[in-house]
Ligand binder design. Sequence first.
Ligand SMILES: C[S@@+](CC[C@H](N)C(=O)[O-])C[C@H]1O[C@@H](n2cnc3c(N)ncnc32)[C@H](O)[C@@H]1O
Length: 313
Amino acid sequence: MQHEEAGYHIPVLLERSIELLVSDSEGVYVDGTLGGGGHSRYMLRQLGENSRVFGFDQDDDAIQHAQLLFQGERRMTVVHSNVVHLTDVLNKYDIPEIDGLLLDLGVSSHQIDVPQRGFSFRFSGPLDMRMDREHTVTAADFLAHNSEEELAQVFFTYGEERHSRGIARAIVRARSVSAITETQQLVDIIAGVTPMKHRSKTLARIFQALRIAVNDELHVLEQTLDQAVDRLRIGGRLVVISYHSLEDRIVKRFLRHEARDCVCPPKSPICQCEKVSRIRIITSKHTEADENEIRRNPRARSARLRCGEKIHA
Ligand SMILES: C[S@@+](CC[C@H](N)C(=O)[O-])C[C@H]1O[C@@H](n2cnc3c(N)ncnc32)[C@H](O)[C@@H]1O
């Protein structure tokens, strides 16, 4: 396909994700992370006249972009909401079951490339990092109001950063002199306590950790996966593309848990848990982008796709 959306965001693992997702060409699908609309647009090309797609995004920029992109497309409903409200939104539209849910996690290239959003350590801008700008807590607020221990914990857990304590200490010291409100201030603080050769990776990890915390991304993912499985029809599919190991681990564990038909302790002589397997794992190992795609779109390098199919209510 031509990538008309390329200026906003180049969709990752496009053909593979939609091929896995679509089982009924007249079905109802949810794109939980619309972004530049690339996945939804390609999906609609595979779908029939009576299909429906609900495209969620919590970012007002993405919603405005999608409203223009899908103008006149009556099969498409653009929903300005966090996908964590999936159940409520589907109830509102009287949709009892869906045929598939796609999550292409994280932020779009557009969000990263606009300095005013504060997602990138490469651009000077306000330390914002909210995907949903109606949300009140920015990254600057987060740095201002958490203790040194809390900051270190976030950098360690969400950024897997080994020097989390030293960086948290430097932030607390700096904020006692003046508020940290700009990306460049945070970059300078981190640079002051990080050896040159590790700097880029450390900056990437700390910015990632802050973004995950500000948007509560991992809890949202867990809650969304739970709702999605409840709402899928038998034979419907869940496709998730993640970009770092924390997200991928949540998806992998979730699918494995849902695929098990017993969670009793291993030594238990008989099964007492009454758990049923609700999911068949379609991608026994995650799928990655090939070299061609990575050459064309370096962001695809870290993508991991996993898919499960609902087999039991
Ligand atoms: C990686 S981009 C998606 C790109 C999209 N698949 C495309 O083809 O252009 C992620 C988008 O999902 C949105 N997003 C991330 N988490 C979300 C959530 N929990 N609820 C709603 N939107 C979310 C972000 O605002 C961003 O626009």
